[in-house]
Design a protein around this ligand. Structure first.
Ligand code: FE2
Length: 135
């Protein structure tokens, strides 16, 4: 199974947010390693770390965005939906196949969360002059 990658196109241009995203990707890659080692117990442990980190990330990110005058109600409700959904993916009784599906879903969904929400914030940072437009 391929590793997760954070391509430069998904960098937001705010250090805290970008390092959080990198950390989330790192956790998912640790989970991929555990999946490859067929260690379902470890997958579960790492998944719990991922859920906790994602929860904290959404809280921290909302604060950063609010600090730049950027608030979007929809973003908060979507975060809640995402958290509720990922809660259903990683049960203790998961089989290797369940973890495989979980990782595939993360691969498909994770980047689209960034695309839908954080890239709009990235544009906001350019609009207000915090960052320069990329060439
Ligand atoms: Fe984010």
């Amino acid at each position: 199974m391929n590793k997760f990658e954070l391509s430069p196109a998904f960098l937001i241009g705010h250090d805290d947010i970008d390092s959080d995203h990198a950390e989330l990707i790192k956790i998912l890659n640790e989970m991929t390693d555990s999946f490859m080692a067929q260690d379902t117990k470890r997958c579960h442990e790492i998944w719990q770390q991922f859920c906790a980190k994602l929860n904290q990330h959404f809280i921290d990110e909302a604060k950063v965005m609010a600090g730049f005058g950027y608030t979007e109600e929809k973003e908060n409700s979507d975060h809640q939906k995402i958290l509720a959904h990922i809660d259903t993916l990683g049960g203790q009784e998961n089989t290797l196949e369940d973890w495989k599906n979980c990782l595939f879903e993360m691969r498909n969904e994770f980047l689209s969360w960034i695309l839908r929400h954080d890239l709009k914030f990235s544009e906001h940072l350019i609009t207000i002059g915090y960052n320069q437009a990329r060439p």
